[in-house]
Design a protein around this ligand. Structure first.
Ligand SMILES: [Zn+2]
Length: 271
C-alpha cells in the first residue's frame, strides 16, 4: 500500500489570513508548525494502517514549508518551487490513494477562507463546472485510477469538494465566516480527526471512486482583470472567446493541469 499526500496551507487548522501563509513572521512560523503536525498525523496513521510507502508533496508556496525532520523516517518528501508537474510529481497508478490536506475553496468563491486556484486573478471551469486546485489534482489522480481518499480544509472547500467526490472522507478544520475569518476547531482535535479518518479511509479504500473524466476535456479560463488578457493570447491551442474568457481542449487531465498551472503562473508574473 502506497499513499500520496498533497499538502497545502490555507486549509490547515487556524489559518485564516495571508500573514500566516508566507513571509517572515511568528504567525507563519506557528502555522507552519501546525501544517507539519497535520501532515505527520496522516503519515503516522497511514504507516500504522500498513502503508509501506508514503510520499508527501510540500505543495504550498515555494514548496519549502514543511519541517521535514518532524516526519516519520519512512516518509519521502517532494519539495521545491516551480515544476511542470507541480502537485502530482511522481504520482502514478501504483499509489493506493491520494490525500488532499489543507485545501481551500476555488478562485472567486464567496465565503471561503483565502479562496484561489493557484491565483485569485483567474478562475477555471471544466465542461462549464467550476474547478479548483483540489478538483484538478483529484482528476489527475483519477485518470491513473487513484482515488482521493481524504480531504481536509475549511467548510466551504469541503462543501465544494463534496459535489465531485461524494465518497471521499473529509475533515473540516474551520467553519468559514468570510475570506479572512472562520470559526476554528482546536488544532489538536484536527490532528486526532486526521489520524482517525486516514485509518478509516484506508480501510474503506475499495469503496471510494476515483474522480474521472475521459476523452478530450474542455477548459474555460476566466480572467478577473481584462488587462491580463494579452498575456494568454499568444499561447498555442488557447482560443479567446470573450474579452477576458479563453477556451482550451486538453487530450487528458495532465494537459489540463499543466495549462491551469501555466496560466496562473503567467497572470501572477511581475513584469
Ligand atoms: Zn497554498
Amino acid at each position: 500500500m502506497k499513499l500520496y499526500i498533497v499538502a497545502d496551507m490555507e486549509g490547515i487548522a487556524g489559518v485564516v489570513a495571508d500573514v500566516q501563509t508566507g513571509g517572515a513572521s511568528s504567525y507563519f512560523e506557528a502555522a507552519r508548525l501546525q501544517y507539519t503536525r497535520e501532515i505527520r498525523s496522516v503519515c503516522e496513521a497511514a504507516l500504522s494502517a500498513g502503508a509501506e510507502e508514503v510520499y508527501v508533496n510540500d505543495f504550498h508556496g515555494n514548496g519549502l514549508t514543511l519541517i521535514t525532520d518532524q516526519l516519520p523516517r519512512e516518509v519521502m518528501v517532494i519539495r521545491g518551487g516551480f515544476r511542470p508537474t507541480s502537485g502530482y510529481d511522481l504520482l502514478d497508478s501504483t499509489f493506493t490513494g491520494l490525500v488532499l490536506l489543507g485545501i481551500h475553496a476555488r478562485s472567486g468563491t464567496y465565503g471561503g477562507v483565502l479562496p484561489h486556484t493557484y491565483s485569485s486573478k483567474v478562475s477555471f471551469e471544466i465542461f462549464g463546472q467550476p474547478v479548483g486546485e483540489f478538483d484538478i489534482l483529484a482528476l489527475v489522480a483519477g485518470e491513473m485510477k487513484v482515488p482521493t481518499i481524504l480531504i481536509s480544509g475549511d467548510s466551504k472547500a469541503i462543501e465544494q469538494a463534496g459535489t465531485n467526490m461524494p465518497s471521499t472522507h473529509t475533515v473540516i478544520t474551520k467553519y468559514s465566516i468570510g475570506t479572512d475569518g472562520a470559526l476554528c476547531v482546536h488544532p489538536d482535535k484536527i490532528c486526532e480527526q486526521l489520524r482517525d479518518e486516514t485509518k478509516r479511509a484506508l480501510k474503506n479504500v475499495s469503496a471510494i471512486e476515483p474522480s474521472q473524466i475521459s476523452g478530450p476535456t474542455q477548459l474555460t479560463i476566466r480572467l478577473r482583470d481584462v488587462s491580463l488578457a494579452p498575456r494568454l493570447e499568444w499561447i498555442p491551442g488557447i482560443k479567446k472567446t470573450g474579452d477576458a474568457v479563453f477556451e482550451f481542449t486538453g487530450s487528458n487531465m495532465k494537459a489540463i493541469a499543466n495549462i491551469v498551472y501555466g496560466v496562473a503562473t503567467l497572470v501572477e508574473a511581475k513584469f
